[in-house]
Design a protein around this ligand. Structure first.
Ligand code: F6R
Length: 369
């Protein structure tokens, strides 16, 4: 049942090309237009939406943070991401023109369920992005958009995360298509490019040997930092979460632009820092800004582990290790850049002799508030 892999997590990491492909399957017609049969909310209601709030916890919330950048870019609808347990108790501003999108692999997370119920009481339209058929959160929502990642057994979420990002992108592009005009053009071209992502993940999975080696050498590491910017920022947070959960190592993710506002004080000789580099095609010169960050921390002795696109040579002079990912447009990059971070956490945990599938103190689904 582990498909020849030693752990469920390793298997699930390798399931990721399918998780993305299956989540895209059947959601476009012959002309490449999005069709969401399951979206049982009227177009009038969706067209009236003037604000989106994503509620989720943990890894699912990081998927939401990634989705915020994309949905706002494609639809120009303001998107807020709230941790479900905070949302419920913060007197949220929600009305019948608010689309509340919950993201949950299990569909049973009590914090997320309570947030959805609260949103409905306040009159919001609720959509559940969920991986588990027949679970509670979809039942308590107006509509559901299933992620088709297949059952996720390992406690730490991997393939569900990629499927959640994919499903949220489908939802965002669907809203863009409803808006029409140039928004709709975006929808078709991005769906097309998304279709090519599974093959890129497959390629990437085939070149993870060096990441496994790096992880093995780092079994004694006490702390690892992760930096990213734009969609790479939630990926940095996710990389840190995977390492905390699986290897019990102190880890923190930062927005790279925040470095100079404090965290750079943490850099001392030998400190390992993963940096998720934005695509050289990113707007506003973000790529060059992150390359400068790498240079700054390297000058202070950091050991820089740099995740950069194939062909991005600008990072090479400042990187102790360069981990390559296939080129994509900037908004799709998270579906690739997170993979080496998952693989790193898997093998570091294994190198420490820990139980990868069942980390201490954690349960797969958190059914208490
Ligand atoms: C991290 C992880 C958790 C879950 C979170 C939400 O690897 O698995 O952070 O993402 O507990 O769970 P779901 O998605 O089931 O609501």
């Amino acid at each position: 049942e582990k498909g020849g892999y030693a752990t469920f997590m390793e298997k699930e990491i390798h399931d990721q090309p399918h998780a993305v492909a299956d989540t895209l399957l059947g959601r476009t017609d012959a002309e490449g237009r999005l069709v969401l049969d399951e979206m049982s909310i009227s177009e009038e209601q969706l067209n009236a939406v003037d604000r989106i709030t994503i509620v989720a916890c943990g890894t699912a919330a990081y998927a939401g943070m990634v989705a915020k950048y994309a949905i706002e870019h494609w639809t120009r609808i303001p998107v807020e991401v709230a941790l479900a347990h905070e949302f419920r108790y913060c007197d949220p501003i929600v009305n019948e023109r608010t689309l509340v999108v919950s993201i949950s692999q299990s569909g049973e997370t009590m914090d997320t369920l309570m947030a959805v119920k609260h949103a409905r009481e306040l009159g919001a339209i609720t959509v559940s992005v969920c991986n588990t058929h027949g679970s509670t959160i979809p039942r308590e929502s107006d509509a559901v958009l299933y992620t088709h990642a297949g059952p996720e057994i390992a406690v730490a979420s991997t393939k569900a995360f990629l499927a959640q990002i994919t499903a949220c992108y489908v939802l965002g592009l669907y809203l863009a298509q409803l808006r029409g005009g140039s928004y709709a053009d975006d929808a078709q071209s991005v769906m097309k490019e998304l279709g090519g992502v599974p093959a890129k993940i497959e390629t990437l999975l085939g070149q993870m040997g060096r990441v496994k080696e790096i992880a093995k050498f780092m079994a004694d590491t006490r702390s690892v930092l992760f930096l990213g910017r734009h969609v790479g920022y939630p990926i940095a947070m996710e990389g840190a979460l995977k390492l905390k959960e699986l290897a019990y190592i102190h880890a923190e993710g930062f927005a790279a632009g925040e470095l100079k506002h404090g965290p750079i004080a943490l850099i001392e000789p030998g400190q390992p820092v993963f940096v998720v580099v934005p695509s050289p095609m990113s707007e506003h010169g973000l790529h060059g800004k992150v390359v400068s960050n790498i240079q700054e921390i390297r000058a202070r002795g950091a050991r820089t582990l740099v995740i950069a696109e194939e062909g991005d040579e600008a990072v090479v002079p400042f990187a102790d290790e360069v981990i390559r990912v296939p080129a994509t447009s900037p908004l799709l990059a998270p579906l690739l850049t997170v993979v080496p971070l998952q693989v790193f956490a898997l093998w570091l945990s294994t190198a420490k002799g820990l139980d990868v599938d069942q980390p201490r103190n954690l349960a797969k689904s958190v059914t208490v508030e």
